[in-house]
Ligand binder design. Sequence first.
Ligand SMILES: [Zn+2]
Length: 152
Amino acid sequence: MRVIVAGSKDWPYPSVVTNALELCAATSSNGRHSLTVVHPQPGNKRGPEAVADAWALAQSYRGSRIIAPPERHPPHWYDRCRPGCQKDHRRLIDAGKSSCPQAGYHRIDDMVGRPTDLALIFITSDRDVPAWLDYLMRRLAGLKVSMQEFRP
Ligand SMILES: [Zn+2]
């Protein structure tokens, strides 16, 4: 079972995230490492991605046969542009270095580019949904992936 976890950085209930993942683990025990947590924010110290990452890492360190180490999808700002990028849209960082402003969306494309069973989305406020999260939810809806949304 491949489960995407994403949401608001200020999500206040870490136990809601871990409870949802425990439930996934309990229902996906058909072999070794049958639950993989996938998320886009490896650098975050808070929020549902950080909670899910720490949970999956701890479970896999403990030798869990069910839960795999987390699959992380950071943005690769300095990678080449991809087909579909606007021409000449790279931003110059400093001498000789430039970044692709679409890299945050490319990581979402990479995440959803593999078969996904479920997405757990934790949203604190509908007025404050970041653009990357909105893009992820639209991509998942287009792929008809089961999506469970949580709100305080
Ligand atoms: Zn680009």
